[in-house]
Design a protein around this ligand. Sequence first.
Ligand SMILES: C[S@@+](CC[C@H](N)C(=O)[O-])C[C@H]1O[C@@H](n2cnc3c(N)ncnc32)[C@H](O)[C@@H]1O
Length: 455
Amino acid sequence: MNPPNIADALAQDLTEKLFPAKYQLLPNLNDVYELALAFYESQILNDKELIENGAYFARVGDAFTRHFLMCTGSPLKLPVHSSSRLKSFFEKNIFRTGYATHGLFPYRGKFHPQMIKGLINIMGLKPGDTVLDPMMGSGTTLVEASLMGICSIGIDASPFCRFMAQTKLDTLNMSLTRAIKALNNYEEVFKYFKKKVGNPNVGVRSTSKKASRGVMSIMEPAAEYATAQDRSRLTKEQRETSDTYNFLLLAYLDSAGYSERSQRKSLLEQFKAILERYLFVAEKIQKVLEGSESDLAPGKALEGDARDLPIEDSTVDGIIFSPPYSFAIDYLKNDAFHLNFLGIEMDCLRDTMIGLRGGNLSEKFEVYQEDMEKVLAECSRVLRPGTICTIIVGTNNNQLGKILGMPSEDVPGLHEILIEMGLKHDFKLLKKISRPITGISNTMRREYIVMLQRQ
Ligand SMILES: C[S@@+](CC[C@H](N)C(=O)[O-])C[C@H]1O[C@@H](n2cnc3c(N)ncnc32)[C@H](O)[C@@H]1O
């Protein structure tokens, strides 16, 4: 055997092997799964599509991509005292998470929006198609789809998620005139919400019995979001009022959540800082979108149950979702504070929340599996044949091992359980990609992207 020619081997460039020379990847593209998604994008999209909707490229020939332009510039208005660690975190994630309105409200377990953009492309979705997220959480899929000209429907059992998702979506193109005025009068606005919504009860996370219907009036403007048709019936001025109201309310609830967790700043200071950040984010994305607002596609955020979707058979062109990670995150406990503010009956909501139903852990796991099978059956029903359902799910083998009484290395990951279920409901496995999760590696070491194709 000839000795390897080290110089020849090292003279090669990996990206040149994978991509045409005119494609320049984004900076900070460090993970193998990102390189894989970039590769599939380059295989599936043409140059024009890559420039308009690609997720992983900075340039195609002389043209910068829209994603690159959308993300560049200062990532976020961080407080001056922020640590260099925090600053570098935001800089590193500028292309992954730090753009558009994704940064409004910190929701646990939300997607990396850039990855969703890449997946929407790889699933073959094109402007004008409709994508569904039956467990939308903070609405990442909806915001991303809208930016790409793809229509979307989002469903979540939590009314707070519906409110948050629709507000993030509307912020892409709402008029900011009144919100800017509100920032100039932040003390007055703060007083208004404090009176209307209340003060956070520091350290108290769940007071489920105390939810009062009285504060439900706070949701009235948000309730106008019922359907896109209802929205289109609003006059321009009504829409502006409603959008501004919801934007300010989200900022107030966000600041209330912060001051509940940390007492470093008063609620008023926190509100001002968060409102400034929200406006910075909104102004930045609206500037980028100037002139192309009509390319934004409509999205509908609905309250509902993923086990019984309010959608007709074979009408959706793609599905992306991330189920609750079995029982790793209690979304109701996490959001108890905001849900209480909004007057939501949490005991009723608990009965619909997948992952929280059932008594002890093994019963919870049984019910979780039954529920997820219903979700997959519904996904199969609403998808057009040949289209793709992508599930993003983390594994928690240590926890599952304890429940099933097995060593954690023998436990089937949640992704495998979901694939098995999918096969029973007219899906075939198209692709499985795994990515490491850093930071919380003790409980959830890897996340899987599972692509199932409807037969
Ligand atoms: C992992 S989170 C989704 C996060 C989302 N991908 C994002 O980017 O923000 C799972 C969501 O499932 C929702 N959920 C739980 N049970 C549900 C049900 N029966 N129907 C619809 N949504 C449900 C929870 O409220 C939670 O927001």
